[in-house]
Design a protein around this ligand. Structure first.
Ligand SMILES: [Zn+2]
Ligand SMILES: [Zn+2]
Length: 148
């Protein structure tokens, strides 16, 4: 079986010249994880700093951490209720889980968090992989083309 690929904005080398549209492997969800279809991904000031090598990251990495999406698949049957949900995502992938902030449920402030778009593949792609605990379900509000 050959792995399916998708187009993604990949930070591969130094500076802005080190960013390219490349083919990367489509993710699959392990237990506790979800694959999210990206509906929209914003360009954050941090992305500009990553582009100019002014913010820590590990290459190669798919950029983008401000993501709105729809859950495409999950790795565990227990999480099946997430499939089809419209979601916003935490901007990190993993936290240390042992520091005072993590234990207080404030994992987003963990000093050792590993964020999407800088240390794990992010949302400037058709899909990305995230832990289910980082999903936030959005209300099923009809989208009007006249709303702004
Ligand atoms: Zn941001
Ligand atoms: Zn922590």
């Amino acid at each position: 079986m050959t792995a399916q690929t998708m187009s993604a904005v990949v930070k591969r080398g130094d500076g802005v010249e080190g960013i390219e549209i490349a083919q990367v492997e489509v993710p699959t969800a392990a237990p506790g994880q979800a694959v999210v279809d990206v509906v929209a991904a914003g360009i954050c000031g941090t992305d500009v700093h990553i582009a100019h090598d002014e913010y820590a990251h590990e290459r190669p990495v798919v950029m983008g951490h401000e993501v709105l999406g729809v859950v495409a698949s999950v790795g565990s049957p227990d999480d099946a209720h997430w499939v089809g949900a419209t979601v916003a995502l935490e901007t990190y992938f993993a936290a240390c889980e042992v520091c005072e902030l993590c234990r207080a449920g404030r994992r987003n402030l963990c000093a050792n968090r590993r964020s999407i778009g800088s240390f794990r593949n992010g949302g400037f792609a058709s899909q990305l992989l995230v832990p289910v605990i980082n999903l936030h379900r959005l209300p099923e509000t009809p989208v009007s083309s006249t709303a702004c």
